[in-house]
Design a binder for this molecule. Structure first.
Ligand code: C2O
Ligand code: CU
Ligand code: CU
Length: 546
């Protein structure tokens, strides 16, 4: 951490105590935007990026046969090679990426979109051709420790590993990525991540009902930002990077992407694979937000569609959306914009002695800045397109369990005076890699995660289990405004999750069922998915035991 930043954090820890004592007052005061959080601003706030005329020159990459985002069916075994190679991503010079490569019947694929059916056994080998340890972690999949690909099981340079397990997830968009201790941030920033889509009967029924052709009107949108220099190289500050945010946005590995769309319904499956940037996606036409429906979250379909105008999508989170372009005239342009929001980063809250917050990230768009991610252009259809009724019942997902009799395990998120992020008093580097606590297999627990008042929004993730959010309290105003169910729950809390945002000051309760078909001690990670927080130790191991 640079000395200016440390000084700033030290200076703030005293302010933190004061603010913590007066949470409601601070929150209610409109003149204190850094803690009142996420107050919507007019959407015509100009995006920081670039002017509209020459923007969005590149056709959005869609799932295809070759290259990045190529589709691969996992019904057969697959070998992925983690390697370094040059790829054309930006205009001009190629970019050196670290990626998972495979050759399938003569097709060269990179970071493929893996397709699998619920209940299938998958068999993926990893060959490590990098000059450092790596892994494949199956984000959101309830697997045993040996197959989890966490840093507890690094694959050495030149070595191989085999991941074989049954996929028990509900249908949904999951993902996979490298997860070596202390190096996850750099390895993802350089490219080691891909999507994994699980199908099941409910999903197929919905797909049949909607009739949206996959790859055309039903698309994954993998959102990320990269810090790119003038030679098109991805750069990353190797030592103590802080919340790595980029100066370029990629959607499906496409910078400045556009997609021609018909005036009809689209299903867009968003995944935030950025290191640290939370997005606030909205669809903006003529400076107005188009309503859309949230139909699924990390762990698959919700019971019913929820109308929304924007949502917060933190690193690692997914959102399955239906967007209707049918009321728009041919020629209309719709921006997928991350709306401006108050990032609630206490580091940037103070005035006079704050270092340039962008000093670490040359040219970066600040966290929370309005940011245009891509553009949809409404084209004339060749023939008239049928209106599609959105089903009111999407899935038979159970309501969240009644947790009143469940034991509660508490976690506190905070930063100490040295700028070290902690979960309770644990930090992975200080506490070590052994399990910080154990839970008994087959038991149920409420995990109560409380974020310090002067903190940051932390996307908290655990391996091995999907969970339900059962309540949010002391939420920032704009989160409270999204409540649709008792307990302060927002539409994004109405399904299964593997990553949950805990805002500064907030208390979020999760329902966890530690049933699993494995035996013996299985060690998993609990961590912040802001990868720089994770790499700096905002992570602990927990054990699931017999
Ligand atoms: Cu997406 Cu511990 O990981
Ligand atoms: Cu994970
Ligand atoms: Cu964090």
């Amino acid at each position: 951490m640079d000395p200016n930043r440390r000084r700033l954090l030290l200076g703030l820890s005293a302010a933190g105590v004061a603010a913590g004592a007066l949470p409601l007052l601070r929150r209610a005061a409109p003149q204190a935007p850094a803690v009142s959080a996420a107050v919507p601003v007019p959407v015509d706030a100009p995006p920081a990026q670039r002017n509209a005329a020459e923007a969005f020159a590149n056709a959005l990459r869609r799932p295809g046969a070759e290259g990045l985002l190529a589709e691969v069916d996992l019904s057969q075994s697959l070998t992925l090679t983690a390697r370094v190679g040059a790829m054309t991503v930006f205009d001009g010079a190629p970019t050196e990426l670290w990626y998972y490569a495979a050759t399938i019947n003569g097709r060269q694929v990179a970071n493929p979109l893996l397709r699998v059916r619920h209940g299938d056994e998958i068999d993926v080998s990893l060959r490590n051709q990098l000059s450092e340890d790596t892994t494949i972690h199956w984000h959101g999949l309830p697997v045993d420790e040996a197959n989890d690909g966490s840093g507890l099981h690094p694959v050495r340079p030149g070595a191989s590993a085999r991941y074989r397990f049954r996929v028990t997830n509900r249908a949904g968009l999951y993902w996979y990525h490298a997860h070596p201790h202390g190096r996850t941030g750099v390895q993802l920033q350089r490219g080691l991540a891909g999507l994994l889509q699980v199908d099941d009967d409910e999903e197929r029924a919905l797909r049949d009902a909607l009739g949206l052709p996959w790859g055309e009107r039903d698309l994954p949108l993998m959102l990320t930002d990269k810090q790119v220099d003038t030679t098109n190289a991805i750069v990353y500050r190797e030592h103590e990077p802080d919340d790595w945010i980029g100066n370029r946005v990629l959607v499906n590995w496409t910078p400045d992407a556009y997609l021609d769309v018909l005036p009809g319904l689209y299903r867009l499956r968003l995944a935030n694979v950025a290191n640290a940037r939370m997005f606030r996606p909205a669809f903006v036409h003529n400076d107005r937000e188009l309503p859309f429906f949230l139909i699924g979250t990390d762990g698959g379909l919700l019971r019913q569609p929820w109308p929304m105008e924007s949502l917060f999508l933190a690193p690692a989170q997914r959102a399955d959306l239906l967007v209707d372009f049918s009321a728009l005239p041919v020629g209309a342009r719709v921006l997928l914009r991350s709306l401006d929001y108050v990032a609630m980063e206490n580091e940037d809250e103070s005035g006079a002695f704050a270092p340039d917050p962008m000093g670490d990230h040359p040219g970066a768009m600040r966290m929370g800045a309005a940011l245009d991610l891509m553009e949809f252009r409404v084209r004339a259809p060749a023939r008239s397109i049928a209106a599609i009724a959105i089903p009111t019942a999407l899935s038979a997902i159970a309501p969240p369990p009644d947790t009143r009799a469940w034991p509660v395990r508490k976690f506190r998120l905070r930063m100490d005076a040295d700028g070290t992020w902690l979960i309770n008093d644990w930090n992975f580097h200080r506490t070590g890699h052994a399990a910080a606590f154990a839970v008994k297999r087959g038991t149920c627990e409420v995990w109560e995660i409380r974020n310090h008042m002067t903190s940051m929004p932390h996307p908290i993730h655990l391996h091995g289990f999907q969970f339900r959010v059962v309540s949010r309290s002391i939420s920032p105003t704009d989160i409270r405004a999204r409540q649709v169910a008792p307990g302060g729950l927002t539409p994004q809390d109405m399904g299964w999750s593997d990553t949950v945002v805990v805002w500064p000051g907030e208390i979020v309760r999760l329902a966890l069922d530690f049933s699993q078909p494995f035996r013996g001690t299985q060690n998993y990670m609990l961590h912040c998915h802001n990868l720089e927080h994770e790499d700096k130790g905002m992570m602990v191991t927990f054990a699931v035991t017999d």
